[in-house]
Ligand binder design. Structure first.
Ligand code: SUG
Length: 447
């Protein structure tokens, strides 16, 4: 069956800021406390989406979440009007307020794991929102993500929505950032690769400096829930030594699309089972670009986000590698990229995404890939599909509601909460999502 890969990019939210919340994510820690620009961040993301839509690829938008997350602050004991909740949180627990204010849902590669219908026994597309329990600010995303995915993929004839895994450290799940799929054509059955950082039941080595966010047990549970055919899955351990160098998700060190795998030689504890399986299943079509430490060090890969690029199949054939501009700024990485441009990677395109990169989110973090056949694509809520018209509306919407400069200290400003809610209410109408946000569905004290 004919199928396409649709990219669902997270639209950056109006509270995008640098709070240094993600230990093990070097960029996040390095930019703690700096001023951000939510407006620029959102426009940078939209420019990337527009470029891919103009190439003829299916591009869609996932909305930001409600932040500051007043519901969570109330669960944590703050009470009274929303203004009082914000003021008390800022005064008594500024770090909690920062956690409740992150725009981190923009990194939609962490929103969910998605298995296309060609891989599942019931021939439906399966979604499991990630529990993201490794970081407090990210764990707050799952409930709204689940509602948003249901609003975008509503038809249960085609789409099967699972609940997130139980919120316990043994089942830490970070979604598609640790999941890749290989296939000859999108509509053909694929091989789903699940990469984990640690296991609670096996004696696999764990990193010592930084946390490993994804567990083997979480990945296995998702493969079971998605009813994946057994010979179509592989579980591979990420190299703990690279996690300790800042590779907090596998998509910081490897990226795959269809028949091509682009990865660092140190990405996995043992890559051989993967290479063997891909050779076996894809035959002569399989292409491997394995980068050695001599060519690009893990440290350079982490600072440039070379592997956090998007690999996309061009409509005219061949693959496009969309890299962040930090790759061009690193002479070694840039000259390496010139060398691989050719048969397997036909085109390299550079995008400035520094607002997101400063929090450790590159091009691949900003998108959730959803493979859809024609019937499934027709069943998607069309309001989220990026057209010229939607792009222009979203740019105007960002200009109207987004601050150009934000410091963590601004997060307690009730005007920011008010304008963010107004913005999201408007966005839900623009995208045709109905009520997905807590402030739209939960009654409660307001001003
Ligand atoms: O979870 N950064 C995100 C970046 C996620 C990148 N996603 C992928 N690799 N797919 C994270 O660490 C930083 C927020 C702050 O510090 O303010 C943050 O959450």
């Amino acid at each position: 069956m004919n199928a396409v890969e649709a990219n669902f990019d997270g639209l950056v939210g109006p509270t995008h800021n640098y709070a240094g919340l993600s230990r093990g994510n070097i960029a996040s820690e390095r930019h703690r406390g700096q001023a951000s620009s939510p407006r620029q961040a959102a426009l940078q993301g939209l420019a990337k989406m527009k470029y891919l839509a103009d190439l003829g690829l299916v591009q869609a938008v996932l909305p930001p979440q409600e932040r500051p997350d007043i519901t969570t602050l109330r669960r944590l004991g703050f009470y009274g009007s929303d203004t009082r909740v914000l003021a008390d949180a800022m005064q008594q627990a500024p770090l909690l307020l920062a956690n409740c204010s992150s725009a981190s849902a923009m990194w939609s590669a962490n929103a969910a794991t998605v298995s296309p219908s060609a891989d599942t026994l019931d021939a439906r597309v399966h979604f499991t929102p990630a529990n993201l329990i490794s970081k407090l600010h990210r764990s707050l995303e799952a409930a709204t993500t689940a509602r948003v995915l249901q609003a975008i993929f509503p038809d249960d004839e085609y789409f099967h929505h699972h609940s997130p895994l139980p919120a316990h450290e043994s089942l830490g799940d970070e979604g598609a950032a640790n999941h890749s799929r290989f296939c000859s054509d999108y509509g053909e059955p694929g091989i789903e690769l699940f990469v984990y950082g640690r296991s609670i039941f096996s004696s696999a080595d764990s990193p010592v400096r930084f946390p490993a966010r994804q567990t083997l047990e979480a990945s296995q549970a998702i493969a079971r829930k998605h009813r994946l055919k057994q010979d179509a899955t592989l579980f591979l351990q990420q190299n703990p030594a690279v996690i300790d160098q800042g590779v907090f998700h596998n998509d910081v060190i490897a990226v795959g699309n269809r028949t091509l795998l682009f990865c660092h030689e140190h990405a996995f504890v043992d890559p051989k089972p993967l290479y063997r399986l891909l050779e076996q299943r894809l035959g002569a079509q399989f292409r491997l670009i394995e980068v050695s430490e001599n060519e690009v060090s893990v440290a350079d890969a982490v600072s440039s986000y070379l592997f956090n690029s998007q690999l996309l199949s061009l409509p005219e054939g061949g693959q496009l590698l969309l890299v962040p501009s930090e790759c061009r700024e690193n002479p070694g990485v840039w000259s390496y990229l010139q060398r691989i441009q050719g048969e397997s990677v036909r085109q390299i395109e550079v995008f400035k995404l520094n607002q997101s990169m400063n929090n450790g989110g590159g091009p691949a973090c900003l998108r959730l890939r959803v493979v859809l056949n024609n019937d499934e694509l027709s069943a998607v809520n069309a309001g989220v599909l990026l057209t010229d018209h939607l792009y222009n509306r979203l740019c105007d919407w960002v200009e109207k509601y987004y601050p150009d400069r934000l410091l963590p200290a601004d997060l307690a400003d009730p005007a920011l909460l008010r304008s963010s809610r107004e913005a999201l209410d408007r966005l839900a109408q623009i995208l045709g999502l109905g009520a997905v946000y807590p402030f739209q569905i939960e009654p409660g004290p307001r001003p």
